[in-house]
Ligand binder design. Sequence first.
Ligand code: 6R9
Length: 647
Amino acid sequence: MSNAYAPPAELAANAHADEAKYNEMYAASVADPDAFWAEHGKRIDWIKPFTKVKNTRFDFGDVSIKWFEDGTLNIAANCIDRHLATRGTQTAIIWEPDDPTAEAQHITYQQLHAHVCKMANVLKDMGVTKGDRVVLYMPMIPQAAYAMLACARIGAIHSVVFGGFSPDALAARVNGCDAKVVVTADEAPRGGRNTPLKTNADKAFESVTGDTKMLVVKRTGGDIPMVEGRDVWLHEAEAQVSDECPPEEMNAEDPLFILYTSGSTGAPKGVVHTTGGYIVYASMTHQYVFDYKDGDVFWCTADVGWVTGHSYIVYGPLANGATTLMFEGVPTYPDASRFWQVCEEHKVNQFYTAPTALRALMGQGDNYVTKCDLSSLRILGTVGEPINPEAWEWYYKVVGGSRCPIVDTWWQTETGGHMMTPLPGAHAAKPGSAMKPFFGVQPVVLEPQSGEEITTYPCEGVLCIKDSWPSQMRTVWGDHERFMKTYFSDYKGYYFAGDGCKRDEDGDWWITGRVDDVINVSGHRMGTAEVESALVAHPAVAESAVVGYPHEIKGQGIYAYVTLMAGQEYTDELRTELSNWVRKEIGPIAKPDLIQWAPGLPKTRSGKIMRRILRKIAENDYGALGDTSTLADPSVVDELIENRMNR
Ligand code: 6R9
């Protein structure tokens, strides 16, 4: 039995939900989802109120997910306009720039309204109308949030591409959704260095096939070329437009955004989220999971390029009238105290980050934390990957002073919001456990082969979800077949998350990691197939197989086995070249940590690479290689073991 950390009594007594309330609300949410969500759907301002609540089918071949389908609303109006009367002068966004000596900005709800309306009018002037796609390739600056909300205001669908992605990756996403405009900035400062976003976007545009325009934010003032007739400076265009822009009336099921994410096969998928269910669920989880109260300062350290930034920097907090902190920098610049200094300076109440950042900071020593005044902190959160108990305990004791409950939130790009997590006032959290499903979420453990539900516990198996929740993804952009095949074909009648899980003797949930060919590097999802296709795109490479291996800081590292073309020499220079090549093809987050030359790869007689074996070799776990009798040539395994890379 692992340790469990109960919330302080006072916190539990004042929380939105204590244990009894959680139990009561959870029971109601699964007993009668229609009634439960009809009630909680009211947390949002509807233009035309919904009369229908849930209309969802998980039948493979006929998957259809609709929530609040006859209601209409506008998300930007919910995140901004409806707060103006009561909190117009309250800070909506605190922006903390990369440079610690530069002044933070406080943007009020009134100011947010003006900024968003102006950007919306600029986008309209550039020809963007309801349903058009707009790609954002942005630094972590307030304009990233303005652009998302500006799209929401006029009914355009945004697709944020992480600023660390390469020009090729950007071009694929711009073409993938046929974007009308790409919003970017001259440069993105991070950790004291500037990423040349506009230059990257220019390179991407060499392979953009549509008639796409570029809207450019001046962030650093760096010298960048503008293309006449294609590129527009935001500050120039904004000077020409009004700061009023009426919000478009959107149907609950109109798409809000597309976010590309990695899967086990093929190119990244465009995950589609819609309007009504998404905002109901994002705002409700933000309120309950972080026990958000009026006046709190909430900080989620994610980048807006990931779903966490969408739901818990922008949409959830702003729908709740919160003060949300946006940080441009990195945890270790100028030193390992940055996070904690920002918490002290802005009196942060809820702090939400990734285990990989905690592991990196933990290694730098406690003094970076303890020299800061962290007494404002009330709730801590983690997301993105499993957290190891050591990092959890460090977070709890050193950062939280053993006062602050930790919410370990399991969810995905596809789920739109938190799926399993302790509620801070309700559950005695166990380090490493995602504990309990959020309201309306019905997780099940399936036996991986038979697909049978395991109802006894403790147990272990694959994690599936039995019924829909409001912020579930609706489809893959332009490919509903792929949506059904990816999530509903392995285990019929269920949403298959791609993760494995355990349920312990108390019925608490533990996520054990991906069971597919997706690896999780520093909390970022990487399809091994994507890295492989980048490698084989190099002229010297004949074949490659990529797997994850345990990495102390990153959680998982990228281990690539590479077979070269006949006649190519296996040299250290080429190894470095290939690493840099992947970096260029996809982005720095995909750069392999280790490349092992593999003149032969273990294959079945039908030619299928046996990744299970490659994973074991990368993990240094030869005792568990399992059955190798189906290999076409078992001797390649010995050779790979002999030459495996040290880590
Ligand atoms: C929100 C986000 C999703 C994958 C998911 C799982 C892993 C996320 C986790 C976690 C264990 C947690 N994951 N949170 N694993 N405990 N608290 O991260 O979305 O980028 O789509 O990644 O991340 O493997 O399937 P996304």
